[in-house]
Design a protein. Structure first.
Length: 265
């Protein structure tokens, strides 16, 4: 990809491509969608894409990405990222909380810019919302899909309209306690931490009060509502995680989110 590349969407999903991502993609300053899912890409996490100011959708699922998601000597911004799918890879390391805070798949506003194929819009009480048109996540081994997330699903629930995100970290080897900082991610509508090795009390309050047992099943060391397993007195207040920065999730993981946007590469 040459300097000054004007590519906005790069989709090569579901092929048998091997090798690493071309670093020249960083020349495509207008890139909004990158979908390399379901291939055999063998590479480290492309933190060098973090400075693409227009990148909104990053799909890396079902490849051979490995190593740390964010290295200690690289500042990753991804300031406009709405959707990320790192599932079914071999990634590990620390995940800065700011990395998640940017993942808003619903944007409130009246943008003049034309919407892309992976985004649609809807009027709700006279306000225009832009959102990803499809969502999928894994629960109990089944992939559940939602079409037109905002209109057909969210409006039929009691969740606040500002919530519009799914975080799926299921079926990994996550250890330790659930960071209390996750309660600050007010946009979470679906949380799936099932089938891990998490321990300690489940954070309480805000959107965490809406998650049921299925969000935590398979973590024998967890306690507190909504589970029937009560916490001991010395476990009532979850401790903050350790790390070089107090905004990092001190979890080792290999899968991030189970998003499916119907993208083809």
């Amino acid at each position: 990809f040459a300097q000054g590349c004007t590519l906005q969407s790069f989709q090569i999903n579901n092929n048998q491509l091997e090798g690493s991502l071309p670093r020249s993609l960083a020349n495509c300053k207008d890139l909004e969608l990158l979908d390399v899912g379901n291939n055999y890409v063998n590479d480290t996490f492309p933190d060098w894409l973090g400075n693409l100011d227009h990148l909104q959708v990053l799909i890396l699922r079902s490849n051979r990405f490995h190593g740390q998601v964010v290295s200690s000597n690289v500042i990753v911004s991804f300031t406009h990222l709405h959707v990320i799918d790192l599932s079914r890879n071999n990634l590990s390391g620390y995940l800065p909380i700011k990395f998640l805070e940017n993942l808003h798949d619903i944007r409130k506003g009246n943008e003049k810019k034309g919407k892309r194929e992976y985004m649609t819009n809807s009027l709700v009480n006279g306000t225009e919302y832009y959102y990803v048109g499809g969502l999928s996540f894994m629960a109990k081994g089944l992939e559940i899909e939602f079409e037109a997330l905002l209109t057909s699903w969210m409006l039929n629930t009691s969740y606040p309209i500002i919530i519009g995100e799914s975080l799926d970290l299921s079926s990994n080897k996550l250890q330790g306690r659930i960071p209390t900082e996750l309660t600050n991610l007010g946009f979470l509508a679906v949380l799936n931490l099932s089938q891990n090795n998490l321990t300690g009390p489940i954070p309480q309050g805000k959107q965490f009060n809406t998650f049921n047992n299925d969000s935590y099943i398979g973590n024998l060391g967890l306690c507190g509502l909504p589970l029937s397993n009560r916490c001991d007195n010395d476990e009532k207040t979850p401790a903050k995680f350790d790390g070089d920065d107090d905004e990092e999730l001190n979890w080792r993981f290999s899968i991030l989110m189970g998003y499916g946007c119907g993208l083809v590469w």
